[in-house]
Ligand binder design. Structure first.
Ligand code: FES
Length: 82
């Protein structure tokens, strides 16, 4: 399986508006499903898209107004998990 790049915005706007929690939810999800070795998960500074935030990137795909639920849904779709 190809490793995906998962980048969460930890700029102050996204962080305080939800990515603080989303970060933890994603981390738990990856652990739970043993996906850590398939994902390069890292935080980034502001993407300059605060208005559309919180922002999460999966490879080149930008997810806007993300929350834990949407992030997990996108990851499940990517890894074909029900
Ligand atoms: S803080 Fe996330 S896009 Fe600016």
């Amino acid at each position: 399986m190809e490793k995906i790049e998962l980048t969460i915005c930890l700029g102050s706007s996204c962080f305080s508006r939800g990515n603080k929690t989303t970060l933890r939810i994603i981390d738990d999800f990856l652990k739970e499903h043993n996906l850590k070795q398939h994902v390069h998960f890292r935080g980034n500074h502001c993407f300059g898209m605060c208005e559309d935030g919180p922002i999460l990137k999966i490879n080149d795909q930008v997810l806007k107004q993300v929350n834990g639920e949407r992030a997990v849904k996108a990851l499940k779709a990517h890894f074909k998990i029900d």
